[in-house]
Structure formats: C-alpha cells, structure tokens
Design a protein around this ligand. Structure first.
Ligand SMILES: C[S@@+](CC[C@H](N)C(=O)[O-])C[C@H]1O[C@@H](n2cnc3c(N)ncnc32)[C@H](O)[C@@H]1O
Length: 273
C-alpha cells in the first residue's frame, strides 16, 4: 500500500470519511489557535468595493464565511472544491448565517478552472496547496485568475515541521514523517513557494509564520491524530501495533496533561505583477 492523501482524493471518499473530514474542517475552524491564523490574514486583506473573491479548495466554506462577516465586505465570493458533499455543507452553513446571496459554491478542479483570466480581486488557497496533485499548476491557475495588482493568498503548514512528543524518539520521528506523508501530497511546498513565486508572475507582498503548539492539553492535534492516524495505518508505512501504541500514548498524555505537539504554518500574500 502507498500513502494516499485523503484531501487529494476527496472526490472519491466514502460517506463516513466525508463526514469525519467535514467535521474536522469545522472543528479546527472553532479552534482558538487555528482561528487566529485565519483571522489574521482575513482582517488584513484590503477589499475594494464589490470585491470579487475566489477560494480554491474551499471545503465546507470556513474561510469565505469568515470573510463575509467583515462589515466592509460588500462583494461576492465563489468557493470551488472537487468534493460535492463538502460544497453542500458549505451552502447550508452560508445560508444559515445569512450569506446565501453573496457566497456561492461550485464543483471544480483547482488545476484547471472555468473562469475568465483576471476576473477576481483576491484568490485564496487555505490548506489546499499541500494536498493537490500538481501544486505549481494550481498556483499558476490562481495567478491567471487574479487581476493584475490583485492578491493571491496561500496559507498552509510546513509539515516537515510537524512533530508529536514520544518517548521512543526514533519511532516518534518515523511516525511524524508517516503522518506528514500519508496526509499531505506536498508536505514541504510552503518552504519552496517564496523561490517559485517570481516564475508565476507573483510578487511577495507580505509573509509571516506562526507555530501552532499545544503543551499539556490538546485540541487541534487531538483531532488531527484522530482524523489521520487511520490513513497512516492504511498506508502500511509502519507496523499497525506500533501506530496504535503511539496513539494510546498520545491520548494518555492528553489525559495526564503531559502532551506536546507542534507544527509551523505560513501565510503568503502575493501580488499579481
Ligand atoms: C484541508 S481541506 C481545506 C478546506 C478549506 N479551505 C478549509 O480550510 O476549511 C482541502 C480541500 O481541498 C479540496 N481539494 C483537494 N484537491 C482539490 C482539487 N484538485 N481541486 C479542488 N479542490 C480540491 C478538498 O476537497 C478539501 O476540501
């Protein structure tokens, strides 16, 4: 068996997996640590009147709902995703918050989208680029769709930095790597992007990084492990019993207040030349 990023193949997930991942997308959006990272760039985006915004890989619509809550957002936004069930949830949640007329959602593949070049002021990819089949093709599609002077936002983790504490350091390292490689098709793409942007006619306007760290208690990394350990097992990269022992140890550390895990996340705002 080989590692198979569930988000990359989200259009092939069964109902249980869709429910589990949709629940995680919504729960991490409520998580203080992760919500702060999203709020940070949403608050900073300069929105022209009647702004046209596109989010590629929008999932259940967390980012666009956050944008629509800004009182100065008077425009419209489209969310595209390859997983129709996520979009159904996104539409329902947007309508429930009263954003149904300004947020719309449609099926599409981020590698090749059916919109006119330069038709958006802002194009966002929030934890998409680490999952896609061809990240540079997706970035160049985002650069094509934003107008000259418009902004491409890329937010994602550098999953080579993902780490959980584990007493057996050697196995812990292998488990960190297995989690990164079975969950993310491109675990190191964020460290490569600054070098690649100029070739895509994108100029870095602002960039910053944050470590998501949970010590003692866990919420973000608890749900991360619950959601993705099954994919490490399926990948066959490590013996199942050792994976289970690792997971038991993590749960115990959460119960005892002795937990530790961390990962770096980066935000890039790039202007279309
Ligand atoms: C980690 S989720 C992020 C969802 C949302 N941006 C958020 O932060 O809540 C990645 C999303 O990208 C979508 N996705 C993956 N590959 C895609 C592709 N080639 N085209 C469109 N969507 C894709 C998945 O279906 C999933 O909804």
């Amino acid at each position: 068996m080989v590692a198979r990023d569930p988000h990359r193949f989200s259009n092939e997930l069964d109902e249980t997996a869709v429910e589990r991942i949709a629940a995680r997308l919504e729960s991490r959006a409520q998580d203080d640590v992760f919500a702060r990272l999203l709020d940070q760039y949403v608050a900073r985006l300069s929105l022209p009147p009647k702004a046209r915004v596109l989010e590629v890989g929008c999932g259940t619509g967390v980012v666009l709902r956050s944008l629509a809550r800004r009182s100065d957002f008077t425009g419209t936004a489209i969310g595209v995703d390859q997983c129709r069930p996520f979009l159904d949830i996104a539409s329902t949640l947007a309508q429930a918050e009263g954003f149904g007329d300004r947020l719309t959602f449609q099926v599409g593949d981020a590698h090749k989208l059916d919109f006119r070049s330069g038709s958006f002021d802002i194009v966002v990819a929030h934890t998409l680029i680490s999952h896609v089949t061809a990240p540079i093709a997706v970035m160049s599609e985002m650069a094509r769709l934003v107008r000259p002077g418009g902004i491409v936002v890329v937010f994602d983790g550098d999953y080579a930095s993902l780490t959980y504490a584990y007493p057996d350091h050697s196995f812990g390292q292998r488990m960190d790597a297995a989690l990164a490689n079975s969950t993310f098709n491109n675990p190191r793409i964020m460290r490569d992007l600054p070098r690649l942007l100029p070739g895509l006619d994108l100029e870095l306007d602002a960039a910053w990084g944050e470590a998501v760290v949970e010590i003692g208690q866990a919420s973000y990394f608890k749900s991360f492990a619950e959601t993705y350990v099954p994919y490490v097992k399926k990948s066959g990269m490590l013996p199942e019993q050792s994976i289970e022992a690792w997971h038991r140890e993590q749960r115990q550390a959460m119960d005892n207040g002795t937990f530790f895990a961390a990962c770096n996340y980066y935000t890039y705002l790039a202007r279309r030349v």
